[in-house]
Design a protein. Sequence first.
Length: 232
Amino acid sequence: MLSLKNYWQQVSQLFFPHLCMGCGSDIIALDALLCTRCYLQLPVTGFFNAANNPVEQSFYGRVPIAAAAAAFYFTKNALLQHLLFQLKYKGHQKTGIWLGKQVGYQIMNSPRFAPIDAVVPLPLHPKKQRLRGYNQAALIASGICSVIQQPLITHALTRTRFTQTQTKKNRAERWVNMEDAFTVVLPELLHNKHVVLVDDVITTGATLEACASALLAASVASVRIATVAYTI
Ligand SMILES: [Zn+2]
């Protein structure tokens, strides 16, 4: 027999169809973004439980982080790219929360991501955040917090320099460009805390490196890095 809740979910589905963001199917739970078939197609990396994974290796010799991982592989023209595009450029903020929850489940199952006292999203420059209306990393971080039940801290850190696009620069130039881009304005919020720093995608890691360095200089106990996607 249908419960009342299921009944109303099915009735509301008739008038306000809730469709899978992958295939458009309507066989989908009300709080889900994807049907089971599309969900199972997301390419999980397994990095959260793997020491020396490729994300961690990209920080070796650059900044002393306790652990780093991305939840999924980012491949061109794939479903994850579509979801991240909707989040960043189409105002689909729920996608950020949902992706954050998926990262949160992986953090919860990883002894390498403990202890954690605070979740900190990579800040956007205030100008960019005004243009977009939100920080996608903060939405992802909020999804993580809802799963791991730790506080979200969004205002301890600011981005102090507006950096131009990074894509045409080599690694050394990127580092110079990112230098001093982050300032910890309220260090007392993070003092002696084990912090997870969150972003949507990791490519070169230069931005996350600069941000992790700023956090460590402000005497946090440790920095771990968690992202939704890793570009190969
Ligand atoms: Zn689907």
